[in-house]
Each structure stands twice: as C-alpha cells, then as structure tokens.
Write a protein that binds this ligand. Structure first.
Ligand SMILES: Cc1cc2nc3c(=O)[nH]c(=O)nc-3n(C[C@H](O)[C@H](O)[C@H](O)COP(=O)(O)OP(=O)(O)OC[C@H]3O[C@@H](n4cnc5c(N)ncnc54)[C@H](O)[C@@H]3O)c2cc1C
Length: 453
C-alpha cells in the first residue's frame, strides 16, 4: 500500500480531508492534476459550518485576518454586507455564528499550510481506478494503491465517473456571467428585465439569463449579453476576474461505492446562489475523515462508514432544494417579479429573516441518529464559551485541535475514548470530532459513546 487513503484533488475539500485523516492517525496521499494551485476566484464566502469546522482545527486567526479584506471587497462589489436569497439582499447574518469572507485562492493557501507534511503530488491526473477486496488501485501516470479512495475532484469528478456513481438531477435553467468591470460611458440601471437580470454594485457586475442563450466569457460577449437582457449598448473597457456559472443541480445517489467515496463538489453540484458549496463540502470532509480513521485503526467496523452517506446526503439535498428555489426566483418574467416582491416582504419579518439565514448557513441541519434523542443531538455545536469550576473561560475551539471526541461535563472520570473537559456553565455534552452533538444529557451516555467511539 502507498497510503491508507488516496484523496483525489487538492481543492479546499481534498486538502481539509487529508488533514483530518492525518489527525485521525491515517496516512493520506493527495493526487492533484494541476501543477500549481488554482487562482480562480470562485468562492468568496465560507459559510457558518465550514468556518466552525476550520476554527475547530485552529485556523480561526487566519480566517479572521482574511475576513477583514474579504469584507471590504464584499462591500465594494455588492454595496452591502447583507446576505441574499436569489439576489434579494435582505438577510441579516447571525452574529453568534459568523461566516468568513475569504476568496477561494486565499482559503486554499490557508488549507495547504494546514496540510503541510502530507504527501501532495501535483501534476498527477487520475485517469483510471480499480477496486478489489483488499484495496483500490489508482492510475495517475503510474499506479498507486490504498485501502480507500476519496474523490474530491470537483463537479466534473473523474472518480465519480470511473467508479460508476449515478449523478441524477436537473439541467441548468439559467447562466450567469460575472466579474470586475469598468465601463466607458453610461450603463443601464441594475434590475430585472424581460430577458434576465443585470446586477451591478461597485465594480462587480453580473448578468443572468436563460441557459439557452450563449455563454459570455469575453468583454464583447458580456456587452452583448447586457444588450440582450437590458436593450442598452455598453462599452466594456476592462473585464477581470470573469466567471461564468450555471445552476444545474445534481447529487450522487450514494456517496460511497465500496472502497470509493465522494466529497465536496464531486458529490453535489448546484448554483452558487447564497455561497453554499464549501459549507457542504468542508463538513463532508469533517464527517468522513474521523470515520475513516476509526475504521482504519480497527476501532469501528466497515459498516460504520455507511453513516457518511446517511448523514451527508440529506444535507446536500437541502442545499439543492434551496438553490433550485433561488433559480426559480431568478427567472425573468412578471409572475416571478410578483413572487419576488412577496418573498421580499416576508424577509422583512424578523422571524422569517432568521429562517432564511439559518437555511443558508446550514445550522438547521440535524442528523438522524440510531438512538432517540431530542435536539441539539444531531446538530453541529456552535463555538460555545466554556467556564470551568475555577471560573476560567475558554472557547470550544480551544479544545478541539486534537480531532478527538469531547465530553463537556462538570465531573466525570477519564475515558480513553474521548477527552473529558470539566465545564460548569453548560449542560453535559458529548461531541464527535466533527463537532456534532452526540449526547446532551438525556438517555444513556454509554450508548452514545459506544455508537461513535
Ligand atoms: C462563481 C462561483 C462562486 C462561488 N461562490 C461560492 C461561495 O461564495 N461560497 C461557497 O461556499 N462556494 C462557492 N462556490 C462553490 C465552490 O467554489 C465549490 O463548492 C468548491 O470549489 C468545491 O471545492 P472542492 O474541493 O470540492 O472542488 P474543486 O475546488 O473543484 O477542487 C477539485 C480539485 O480536483 C482536481 N482534479 C480534478 N480532476 C482531477 C483528476 N482527474 N485527478 C487529479 N485531480 C483532479 C482539480 O484540479 C481541483 O484542484 C462558488 C462557485 C462558483 C463557480
């Protein structure tokens, strides 16, 4: 064996997964086709669950530093720090569970540093994959062998295709072209037009139109797209950070086929509306890493790995559902105009606003566990403030660097399976390494410990 687990793809999800595997005592090997990291400015925002996952591993300071510049860029580009649903910019972010404004290339630099010491082979494109009873053989120039393979190789995943995962879903309804633009002369007002949407706030411009129209990528095509949507002729002087994306929504029916797993965009693609891709992908990696580690150590049986799809597939489904709803609200036409007005009015209600904020941040996710327990069991735990018997205050993320399970409790004997942290200000909580609450004082602690550790 060349490694315990081969991770295909050194994007954000592959890098984070590799680090999680290492923390869980496994030996990962990452194969990446690009010779240097991508500088494509895709994601600009890391959602709540992804931010919390990275903070749990000690990356909070780097995220906070990047967030300063990222927040300035957001205000420059959109004129608002509010979140949006289908470009209705009214969502008030939750202060108690912050997200991070960080551009994807910067995030990848932070994660590459976090994964230092792990074998990452660049310029290695995976072209073939074969599973047998003992392991998996992966071809990337030469062949490599490991017990498991995880495809973190993005929306067009080769691993997904080679391993025969079904990828059902819906084709694109709308296409958007966006980027930093400088115009010479007048431009039409931002808004919804009969042919689509023209958005600009600061220097960031986006044009959304039905997917059947050609996809613009050059300055000339952008100008043509603006003319098609608004009827106005514009002169594009400078067009940078140009991006083009559709809103097809697809999800692998299972995230595991024997020894092969999918995580991140390889497992699910959807419109970037609301910036949720990494808020799914990073928690995928957080969910799978410690479980593979536990099975490789022999602490848990193979069947334990089936809980990965069971928990993460519904999370993906929820994002596909809300991004499809956003696409419906972005389509042109007077009927949709009316619906948008009503959704805008609903968003003025504080409770509804909070509902949408929670929906987009993923904090409403709750895993279905094999033992009955009320919330917060099954939910991702926020970065709680913890107080011990001497009145010393810490934050949860200060106890989670080791990647072990945590028992937060006033008094309890040491347990080799988890780290016991004495706390007096919160009820007892058992947390899995991915930050999910496994027990909260109701029902037997033994059952929860035996289920996960
Ligand atoms: C315009 C736009 C805006 C977005 N905004 C946001 C946002 O604000 N917030 C958010 O959370 N998400 C956003 N997203 C989504 C986000 O960019 C993706 O969810 C994220 O890139 C997924 O990470 P990943 O690691 O799964 O895949 P990728 O980032 O796609 O990484 C896959 C890696 O695998 C490598 N690879 C591919 N094939 C092979 C192969 N055969 N062999 C070896 N290596 C291979 C690739 O080179 C790449 O490095 C946005 C996307 C777009 C397009």
């Amino acid at each position: 064996m060349d490694a315990d687990v081969i991770v295909v793809g050194a994007g954000p999800v592959g890098l984070f997964l590799a680090a999680e595997l290492k923390l869980a005592g496994a030996e990962p090997l990452v194969l990446e086709r690009l010779t240097t990291p991508s500088e494509e400015p895709k994601s600009r925002g890391l959602g709540v669950l992804a931010t919390e996952a990275l903070r749990r591993r000690g990356l909070g300071a780097q995220l906070a530093e990047a967030d300063v510049e990222g927040t300035k860029d957001l205000a420059r580009d959109h004129g608002s720090a509010r979140g949006h649903f289908a470009n209705i910019f009214k969502i008030v972010p939750r202060e108690d569970r912050p997200r991070t404004n960080i551009w994807q290339p910067e995030l990848e630099r932070v994660l590459a540093k976090h994964a230092e010491g792990i074998r990452i082979l660049r310029g290695h494109e995976v072209t073939a994959l074969e599973s047998d009873v003992d392991g998996v053989t992966v071809t990337a120039g030469k062949t490599w062998r490991a017990q498991y393979v995880v495809g973190c190789d993005g929306g067009r995943s080769t691993v997904r295709k080679l391993a025969g995962f079904a990828f059902p879903g819906t084709p694109a309804l709308l296409r958007t072209v966006a980027g930093q633009v400088r115009f010479a002369g007048a431009i039409p007002p931002a808004g919804r037009y009969a042919g689509g949407t023209f958005l600009h706030g600061g220097s960031m411009v986006g044009v959304t139109e039905p997917a059947s129209n050609p996809e613009p990528v050059t300055a000339a095509e952008l100008a043509e797209s603006i003319r098609r949507v608004t009827g106005a002729d514009v002169v594009v002087e400078d067009f940078r950070e140009e991006r083009r994306f559709g809103d097809q929504a697809r999800q692998a029916d299972d995230y595991r086929r024997g020894r092969v797993f999918l995580a991140g965009d390889a497992a699910h693609v959807h419109s970037p509306s609301g910036g949720q891709g990494l808020n799914l992908g990073i928690p995928d990696a957080a969910n799978l890493g410690w479980k593979l580690g536990a099975v490789l150590r022999g602490d848990k049986p193979e069947a334990f790995l089936d809980t990965y799809t069971r928990e993460r597939h519904p999370a993906g489904e929820a994002v596909l559902r809300n991004t499809r709803a956003q696409s419906a609200l972005l389509a042109p036409g007077p009927h949709v105009d009316a619906l948008r007005e009503i959704v805008g009015e609903v968003l003025d209600l504080p409770e509804a606003n909070r509902y949408f904020a929670d929906l987009l941040s993923g904090v409403r996710e709750r895993y279905d566990f094999p033992y009955p327990a009320p919330a917060p069991v099954g939910e991702h735990c926020p970065d709680l403030e913890l107080v011990d018997a001497d009145g010393r205050t810490t934050r949860l993320h200060e106890h989670t660097r080791t990647g072990r399970g945590l028992l937060l409790i006033a008094e309890h004997p040491a347990d080799p399976r988890v780290d016991v942290v004495p706390v007096t200000n919160t009820g007892p909580l058992l947390l899995r390494p991915d930050g999910v609450v496994a027990w909260a004082g109701e029902g037997p602690l033994d059952v929860a410990l035996a289920t996960w550790f």
